[in-house]
Design a protein around this ligand. Structure first.
Ligand SMILES: NC(=O)C1=CN([C@@H]2O[C@H](COP(=O)(O)OP(=O)(O)OC[C@H]3O[C@@H](n4cnc5c(N)ncnc54)[C@H](O)[C@@H]3O)[C@@H](O)[C@H]2O)C=CC1
Ligand SMILES: O=C(O)CCC(=O)C(=O)O
Length: 382
């Protein structure tokens, strides 16, 4: 099942549980706007190359649309659509005043030079600049993009619209980025995990962890788990995995990765790990079929639209700081993030109790219900 079919299936289940009217259900599912642009750039050797860029703006009932931009060879319209839809439910679960969007360019960022990446980002921004904006749609980093990518978007956008730091989040601190944003998704994952474990009378220091993915989110989650005394026994990335039953020294692994790149990770079989809890730090990492099998086996899954919402929550704080023209201390960012993550967890548990459902449906019903209410209040449902 592809990402869009899976996401839409979860949405429809939530709509059924909530008893949503079929017209409202349909209008919530259909994206507000789908953008597809050709981005042609000269490579460093002078040859021309074209890439396809997407931005799907899914819903804006609760506020400006928000979501990352991904550079990855497998970016396709269905996947971007699914990810944009997930952002709509995620911002509603976090209860921040945004809708959902997502974008991407089908490219292999590791095969492009820095100047080629800059040209590609600038051309993409030229093609979409009049469709994004501080109160319309605010991009951020995702897989294959980072603070530097956001700096290029900010600079290119500002040529058309004047200096506009709030048009992107996850940008460098020197250009108005928020303290704590780089770590925020991983930190939010850890706060979410603590909220879940507290319910089971456990703490991070009591448990062992396996982490799939060791980029921005995975490496920050690993570092913070390690600092709290949790034992990380396996880490994997696209090239392979390392494991050590006595616990991996995450700081040493990070230093090694910084020095040599991800190729240092050796391929080993980490597939025999038996998890009691799965924390979805990535977007849509679990197929609905796998979800069902794992749930039947009694595995507790903390769903993506909650577990990784720390990133967009601190993006919201960054946007607020840019609009206020005032920078927060890092402690304030982290404390507010913790408060938002705990509040959302309790809101999800409330929906689980009301509708007698698992955490994924608790999160989906919470998010979908909030968007449905805003849609109805605006009179858009007919
Ligand atoms: N960066 C952010 O603030 C947020 C990211 N996310 C999601 O978290 C996930 C990771 O994003 P980032 O850390 O930003 O990306 P990144 O590009 O920094 O890192 C991705 C990591 O995943 C690894 N990877 C890719 N395929 C893999 C596979 N099949 N098995 C194991 N590892 C694999 C890569 O080697 C790399 O280590 C994505 O799904 C993204 O949409 C969600 C919320 C916010
Ligand atoms: O920080 C943001 O605005 C969006 C992050 C994102 O793309 C995500 O939560 O999947």
């Amino acid at each position: 099942m592809n990402a869009l079919a899976a996401t839409s299936r979860n949405f429809r289940n939530a709509a059924r549980i909530l008893g949503l009217d079929s017209k409202l259900e349909r209008s919530l599912l259909i994206p507000f706007r789908e953008i597809k642009v050709e981005c042609t750039i000269p490579k460093d050797d002078g040859s021309l190359v074209s890439y396809v860029g997407f931005r799907v703006q899914h819903d804006n009932a609760r506020g400006p649309m928000k979501g990352g931009i991904r550079y990855h060879p497998e970016v396709d319209p269905d996947e971007v659509n699914a990810l944009a839809q997930l952002m709509t439910w995620k911002t509603a679960v976090a209860d921040i005043p945004y809708g959902g969007a997502k974008g991407g360019i089908g490219c292999s960022p590791k095969e492009l030079s820095n100047s080629e990446l800059e040209r590609l980002t600038r051309v993409f921004t030229q093609k979409i600049h009049d469709l994004i904006g501080i109160h319309t749609d605010i991009p951020a980093p995702d897989m294959g993009t980072n603070a530097q990518t956001m700096a290029w978007i900010l600079d290119e956008y500002s040529k058309f619209h004047g200096h506009s730091p709030a048009v992107v989040t996850g940008k460098p601190i020197d250009l108005g980025g928020s303290l704590g944003r780089e770590a925020a998704t991983g930190r939010g994952v850890v706060y979410a995990t603590e909220a879940l474990l507290a319910e089971h009378g456990q703490a991070i220091r009591d448990l062992t962890f396996v982490i799939q993915g060791f980029g921005n989110v995975g490496s920050w989650a690993a570092r913070l788990i390690h600092e709290r005394g949790g034992k990380v026994i396996a880490v994997s990335d696209i090239t392979g995995a390392v494991k050590n039953a006595d616990g991996i020294d995450i700081h040493k692994l990070l230093a090694h990765k910084d020095k040599t790149g991800s190729g240092v990770l050796k391929r080993e079989n980490a597939a025999d790990v038996k998890a009691k809890f799965i924390i979805e730090a990535a977007n849509h990492p679990t197929d609905p079929e796998a979800d069902e099998i794992l749930s039947k086996r009694g595995v507790t899954i903390l769903p993506d639209i909650y577990a990784n919402s720390g990133g967009v929550t601190v993006s919201y704080f960054e946007w607020v700081q840019n609009i206020q023209g005032f920078m927060w201390e890092e402690d304030k960012v982290n404390n507010e993030l913790r408060r938002y993550m705990i509040r959302a967890f309790h809101n999800i548990k409330g929906m689980c109790q009301t509708h007698n459902c698992n955490l994924r449906m608790g999160a989906f019903t919470l998010g979908v219900n909030r968007v449905a209410r805003a849609t109805t209040l605006r009179g858009w449902e007919a």
